[in-house]
Design a protein around this ligand. Structure first.
Ligand code: SF4
Length: 295
């Protein structure tokens, strides 16, 4: 639990603060960029929330923080309700997508997502275990699948399996991180798990990285740590510094996404982004040009 005594000095004065237990995962900055910034490997409050909607966003960050490094007086935390998460994000003809919140330290605060779809609901990567979140997810229906995009983001998958008895998927090359899963994807061919729900192996960041595509058009791409959006420079990003396995293979995996029709990019880390019509291909081509020049 965050304590005032450990609050970092960069916080502007006021009720909300970040303390030194922050692991700088970036989650609070994605959720409430008007109030949270990061420097020197520690986030801080750069502007106190005052309006109701601002306080609401700061409270979302407080609940989501994987190490409880965000604090506020009880007069604010008493407003936290059980139904803060999951948050609706978008939808297409194949399903509705929610952000789960409740990030886990075990996945360095990675985002996890919930798809509500007629053929069965899907968790993409694992939030930290929360009975409160499980109850809210249950209200939206049972979870049929849990898809783990790669070894880093498996977090509390066992506890979510115990709660929902869902069928867990991971690529076989990352499956030592979750050895008891029910299903393993092999090779680099994509798999249509169900109509409008496709898994595409994208080795590179890890040997068993995969992405998930929702929909046949106007798609939602759950990209794990394969690529994400950098809001500061306004472009699609893949990181050589954070490539744990094979950068050349990661570049090939990026190129294999050029036949998609992505409207929403929802990564494990980094900013989500909504593309306008035609913008995905332009952004992907720019990224391919950039990363090819890095070799
Ligand atoms: S969500 Fe928590 S751990 Fe992550 S950057 Fe913010 S304060 Fe730090």
């Amino acid at each position: 639990m965050a304590t005032r005594k450990k609050a970092v000095s960069r916080n502007v004065a006021g009720p909300f603060f970040v303390d030194s237990s922050c692991i700088d995962c970036g989650t609070c900055g994605y959720l409430a960029p008007a109030h949270f910034s990061s420097t020197d490997n520690n986030s801080f409050i750069h502007s106190q929330p005052t309006a109701e909607d601002e306080i609401f966003k700061a409270l979302l960050a407080l609940v989501d923080c994987p190490v409880a490094a965000i604090g506020a007086p009880k007069e604010f935390t008493s407003r936290i309700s059980n139904d803060l998460f999951p948050i609706w994000v978008t939808e297409n003809a194949s399903g509705s997508v929610y952000y789960c919140g409740w990030s886990s330290k075990r996945s360095y605060g990675a985002s996890s997502w919930l798809i509500i779809r007629p053929g069965g609901n899907v968790l993409i990567d694992s939030p930290r275990w929360s009975a409160t979140l499980a109850t809210q997810i249950k209200k939206l229906g049972d979870v049929k699948y849990m898809i783990l995009t790669h070894r880093d983001d498996v977090a509390d998958h066992e506890r979510w399996f115990n709660a929902f008895n869902c069928e867990r998927w991971i690529h076989v090359r990352d499956s030592d991180a979750a050895p008891n899963v029910e299903k393993r994807l092999h090779g680099i061919d994509s798999l249509s798990l169900e109509p409008g729900l496709r898994l595409i192996p994208t080795p590179g960041h890890t040997a068993g990285s995969l992405v998930v595509v929702l929909g046949d058009s106007e798609q939602v791409l759950f990209s794990g740590d394969h690529l994400w959006w950098n809001k500061d420079i306004g472009s699609l990003i893949a990181s050589k510094n954070y490539c744990w396995w094979n950068w050349d293979e990661q570049i090939k995996s990026i190129e294999r996404l050029n036949n998609l029709d992505v409207r929403w990019l929802l990564p494990g880390h980094g900013h989500a982004y909504r593309f306008n019509i035609g913008e995905w291909k332009i952004a992907l081509d720019e990224l391919i040009g950039h990363v090819s020049g890095m070799n």
